[in-house]
Design a protein. Structure first.
Length: 460
């Protein structure tokens, strides 16, 4: 058995493991198994690559493995669950950066041998470059090192159009004559610049879509890199990741009532200013003791988590409250909006970390038909995903976005620190409904206070 045959055989096994890994990642129940299968597939692929006989210097590879392993382990142990969205964005950028460096090295050593090679090399540099800086900006917005609101300036659309035009023109020139090293470098520079201006106009409310789009971009650039260096596994894996990201982007767009075309070109996050009125509205608040009395008599409760739950790290307290409610004869469900939090599946991950049973998690389409019969809906930090204005207010930036129908519950408790707006920057009219009561304060402390009330009641 020669090295090439062995390497390709292992690549096939790895590809199968990646495919099944992605399949299992589609459900919280099997996600851990999917992650392990994918990790095994990557391990086998790395081993097969290292033993194929084409490695020039193992010393630098081992140094890279040691450095990468150290920082990877450090991040895994140190990063909190609330930091997962920005970590995902950063990892997408690192993957794209690795692809760009591989492409650059391949071009520097071998050039572009044919038309197919020059096309895929050009695509890798352009998509990889914008993914690197786009991911960095997304990381900054998600970690709040950069303002989460859209960053706009006069002439921005014209500037972006000129960038796209320059990249397109230079790409054609490079593909037709790939020996121009200066054009290659200019293309890379413009792509890195475009990635910045692609993401800065996007507001925090659209970050789940950005994450899924960047995921797709990182897969596409891995695939094109596979063509550049003639690596079958990179082509297969890149295609899987790219397709998965596109499908996820479509799901996110549907959940936010946005066009996939707008998302792919970064033309979303524009906020339409709502015409102000002189109407005075007043939200009604309730204290923990009175809220407990309502919950004590409730037969059905739906918990709707949002990013506020992640910030307060209240998921474990929420699980404890749900267990006490169930012991009291209450049916407890958790309603998950597709774009709740700052990345796809953010709330699912947090609730899974708190060991909340998977069969208690309900998607938006599954929970909405039940909401009219729910005694109490508890909203923890969610804002835009429960805002009824999306149904009727055409001036609202979330108009037409499907929401969880929390307002249809008999009673609604909203746990928030203040009346501040959500990521979309708009007021939530649900807060002023007759069946809604605000419980102000830190969500974790509020839930813990409710837990204490239940425990005290049980002792008596």
């Amino acid at each position: 058995m020669n090295n090439a045959f062995f390497t390709n055989f292992v690549y096939i096994i790895s590809s199968i493991l990646f495919a099944f890994g992605l399949r299992f990642l589609g459900s919280p129940v099997t996600a851990r198994r999917g992650n392990m299968l994918s990790a095994l597939g990557m391990f086998l692929a790395v081993i097969a690559t290292l033993v194929n006989g084409d490695i020039i210097n193992f010393k630098w590879i081992l140094i890279g493995v040691a450095i990468g392993g150290f920082f990877g382990a450090l991040v895994a142990f140190k990063a909190a669950m609330t930091q997962m969205p920005e970590m995902i964005a950063l990892l997408h950028g690192c993957g794209a950066l690795a692809s760009v460096l591989v492409d650059w090295t391949a071009y520097d050593v071998n050039g572009a041998s044919n038309l197919t090679n020059s096309i895929t090399l050009c695509l890798s540099i352009v998509i990889g470059g914008l993914t690197v800086t786009g991911s960095a900006i997304a990381w900054g917005k998600l970690s709040e090192r950069i303002p989460g609101k859209p960053i706009l300036f006069t002439g921005q659309k014209w500037f972006n159009s000129l960038l796209i035009g320059a990249i397109g023109t230079l790409s054609i020139i490079f593909i037709l004559n790939p020996s121009h090293y200066a054009i290659f470098l200019i293309l890379l520079g413009l792509s890195l610049l475009f990635g910045i201006f692609l993401v800065i106009p996007i507001g925090g409310a659209d970050m789940p879509v950005v994450i899924s789009v960047l995921n797709s971009y990182s897969g596409i650039v891995a695939c094109t890199t596979g063509f550049v260096i003639h690596n079958t596994l990179l082509i297969v894996v890149g295609s899987l990741v790219g397709a998965n990201g596109i499908i996820l982007s479509i799901i996110m767009c549907k959940a936010m009532n946005r066009s996939i075309v707008n998302v792919l070109f970064g033309a979303f996050g524009n906020v339409v200013k709502k015409i102000s009125t002189d109407e005075k509205k007043e939200a009604k608040s309730i204290n923990v003791e009175d809220a407990f009395l309502v919950l004590e008599n409730a037969k059905s409760v739906v918990v709707i988590p949002g990013y506020g739950m992640a910030v307060a790290q209240a998921q474990h307290a929420v699980r404890e409250l749900s267990e006490l409610l169930e012991k009291n004869g209450c049916d407890v469900k958790f309603a998950i909006h597709p774009v709740a939090g700052r990345m796809p599946g953010h709330m699912n991950v947090l609730l899974a970390e708190a060991n909340i049973p998977y069969d208690q998690l309900f998607e938006m389409d599954a929970i909405n038909p039940l909401m009219e019969n729910v005694d109490v809906a508890i909203i923890i930090g969610a804002n835009d995903v429960v805002n009824p204005s999306s149904r009727h207010d055409k001036s609202s930036p979330i108009y037409g976005m499907p929401i969880i129908n929390a307002d249809k519950a008999k009673s609604v408790f909203v746990l928030k620190r203040s009346m501040a707006t959500g990521f979309a920057g708009i007021e939530n009219e649900l807060f002023y409904y007759d069946n809604c009561r605000m419980i102000f304060g830190d969500a974790k402390q509020t839930i813990q206070a409710l837990v204490a009330e239940f425990k005290q009641a049980q002792q008596h």
